[in-house]
Ligand binder design. Structure first.
Ligand code: WT7
Length: 646
């Protein structure tokens, strides 16, 4: 490898250990990972560490056999960790529940037994639609224990979205709850699940956790209460962990892409676990003294990796919170940090910007002195939010570990590594790639950009946590990640490398939005919009938002016979909430007579974006009809005025 492809600049920073580890991992990945993988318990070790003979389908630890629930639970029972807390959970109403590793092991075995009694077999899919309660990690671990494949659907998704995901992976069992708490009210989860279940022929059994105690309908022979099933099995039942090939899938997690249909990202058992373990260790190095709080919902990859598999495999205590940050008051989180003695807080820029808005007084009411590390994830962190986090939460003493990664990468990819060697931080940069990650910034032609020049981020290596494929869609996998440039993984993000080799992530370069850190496909939104009877054409764009980073704004053209009204707008919003879910709710529905298009008929997104940001429109020479952009602008201005009045 040439010297200039190294992302390090020795002259500037003393980063010896990191550089050495990174170089070792790139020069000889097989040797490097054979050493690292020893921290995992294997039933049988691998025959080959990395098989790249069928690239871009990379296979890690081929021939290796393990079970991930064994690694998360059983192996700690032989050590003093047996009686250590695996989870501390606080419910929205304020109750606290804890599980030691041993207690968690007991719960997981019972549920695994129930799954077996229901006839669930290795390779079968289990869909999960639950709020942030401990039955969620228990369900994942029980599924993994018997060799099933879980697919978690975030509880903010709609019935249609849930049904779509269940049908795509043909799940046999659904685990859900009667309801969920949200800001003191209850949300009807089972009712939504029931609507999904009208169109999910593969689901045979539904297990319902009682959480909010609201009335729900239970279908005989299909629906069972979780607590009934759990009391019916032997309390000390032991279910043998299913021996799994390292390359057999552990889970599918759907995420938005650049086309209409969400992508079923498929993760492996062995490579994923090794990557989860080492990335958490490198970046945060948590140990028995820590209480690790990753604020992400387990419905997203962040929760899968850093609320379930990585912390359990490392044998540390995680804190899980069911509620929202501002209920019942805007200091709920700081109350939690103080009360539970949280030592590491890993959260999102959106949350930080929200707390900035609430004001420092809420924070300063609490003793946060147990904190030793802070983390950030999900979207670029603007330097202003970074500095506030550093000053107000970290009291100018704690490093901020900004972790760049994706659903597809399984774990951190670019981040400062407090547990290996902490480089000098720069507010807003995720710093350097982790071992095994050879990151490069490319221009449109696939050439590395000059230092300081924006391009797209690509990864030129394979790493153990990398997705294996897209569920039953290998062609789309190839197209989505390796179709842009040959032989390199395309991330879809803009990035720039500075003169010190630091990487700065600059947001999505494709048709994907990051709304409060959540990934929303604009094309997915557009196709749901045009399924509304009143809409003939739609274009969705991101608009900058001071808290959420960006929010979707929909430009729509109505079919003849329909005219703009508040009622229609509300109806369109309802349609989106029903088809995708509340998280995709557009900030505004802008009704226009025509969308700005090029002469060849392509919607001019650049112009819509300019309208939204108030920037100059630039070259409009390719516009088919220049008048329409003026019209869009006028309509939007009018709408903005209306919104401001509210
Ligand atoms: C996209 C992936 C990975 C866990 C949560 C999101 C953006 C993520 C950062 C960061 C700048 C970030 C990227 C990426 N992103 N972390 N630290 N700095 N951008 O997973 O939903 O798959 O989204 O989130 O745009 O591509 P995801």
């Amino acid at each position: 490898m040439s010297e200039e492809s190294l992302p390090f600049n020795e002259k500037v920073l003393p980063i010896k250990i990191l550089k050495e580890e990174w170089e070792r991992s790139i020069k000889n990945p097989e040797k490097f990972w054979a050493e690292k993988a020893k921290t995992i318990d294997w039933v049988k070790t691998w025959d080959k560490v990395l098989d790249d003979s069928d690239s871009p389908f990379y296979r890690w630890f081929v021939g290796g056999i393990l079970n991930i629930s064994y690694n998360a639970l059983d192996r700690h029972l032989k050590t003093p960790k047996k009686n250590m807390l695996a989870y501390i959970w606080e419910g929205e109403p304020g109750e606290v529940k804890t599980y030691t590793f041993y207690q968690l092991y007991r719960e997981v075995n019972k549920l695994a037994k129930i799954f077996k009694n229901f006839g669930l077999k290795k390779g079968d899919r289990v869909a999960v639609y639950l709020p942030m309660i401990l039955e969620l990690p228990i369900t994942l671990l029980a599924t993994a224990r018997i060799g099933g494949i879980h697919t978690v659907v975030f509880s903010g998704f709609s019935a249609d979205a849930l049904a779509g995901r269940i049908n795509d992976c043909e799940a046999k069992i659904l685990v859900t709850s009667d309801g969920a708490y949200r800001r003191g009210k209850t949300v009807q989860l089972k009712e939504t699940a029931d609507r999904a279940l009208e169109n999910t022929p593969t689901i045979q059994k539904v297990i319902v956790v009682k959480r909010t105690r609201q009335d729900v309908s239970m279908k005989g022979g299909r629906d069972y209460w979780y607590h009934d099933l759990m009391t019916e099995v032997e309390p000390n039942v032991y279910v043998q962990p299913e021996p799994m090939e390292a390359t057999e899938p552990l889970f599918i997690l759907y995420t938005s892409g650049t086309t209409g249909k969400p992508k079923g990202v498929q993760h492996s058992t062995g490579g994923y676990l090794v990557w989860a373990y080492w990335t958490l260790k490198w970046a945060f190095d948590p140990d028995e003294r820590d209480i690790w709080w990753c604020t992400a919902d387990i419905g997203w990859i962040t929760g899968h990796t850093y609320n379930v598999y990585a912390p359990l495999a490392l044998g540390i205590t995680s804190f899980i919170f069911e509620g929202t940050p501002d209920y019942p008051a805007q200091d709920r989180w700081w109350d939690i940090v103080e009360h539970h003695g949280i030592t590491i807080l890993y959260t999102t820029p959106t949350a930080i910007r929200m707390f900035m808005k609430f004001g420092e007084d809420w924070v300063n009411k609490h003793d946060l002195s147990t904190l030793r590390l802070l983390g950030s994830v999900g979207e670029p962190i603007n330097p202003e939010a970074w500095r506030w986090y550093y000053r107000v939460i970290g009291k100018e003493k704690l490093p901020i570990i900004d972790t760049w990664w994706q659903t597809e990468t399984g774990g951190f990819m670019i981040a400062p590594l407090a547990g290996l060697e902490l480089v000098q931080l720069k507010p807003g940069s995720a710093t350097y790639p982790l071992p095994s990650v050879l990151a490069e910034v490319y221009d449109e032609k696939g050439q590395p950009t000059a230092i300081g020049k924006r391009g797209v981020l690509v990864i030129k290596t394979s790493w153990p946590g990398m997705l294996e494929t897209l569920w039953k869609d290998p062609e789309r996998y190839k197209q989505a990640y390796f179709g842009r440039f040959p032989n390199v993984y395309y991330t879809g993000d803009y990035a720039v490398k500075d003169p010190d080799g630091y990487l700065w992530l600059l947001g999505r370069a494709d048709e994907v939005l990051k709304v409060a850190g959540h990934r929303i496909g604009t094309v997915e939104l557009e196709s749901e919009l045009v399924s509304h009877p009143a809409i003939s054409e739609a274009a969705v764009m991101g608009k900058e938002d001071p808290i959420k980073g960006e929010v979707p704004v929909a430009f729509v053209v109505l079919r003849s016979g329909f005219s703009p009204s508040e009622e229609l707008r509300a109806n369109i919003v309802k349609h989106i909430r029903n088809t995708i879910g509340p998280i995709a709710t557009p900030e505004a529905i802008v009704i226009v007579n025509k969308l700005p298009k090029t002469r060849s008929g392509k919607i001019m997104r650049r112009l819509l974006k300019a309208v939204l940001s108030g920037a100059a429109l630039g070259d409009v020479s390719t516009l088919e009809d220049e008048a329409s952009i003026e019209e869009v602008k006028a309509t939007y201005d009018e709408l903005k005025r209306q919104l401001e009045k509210k």
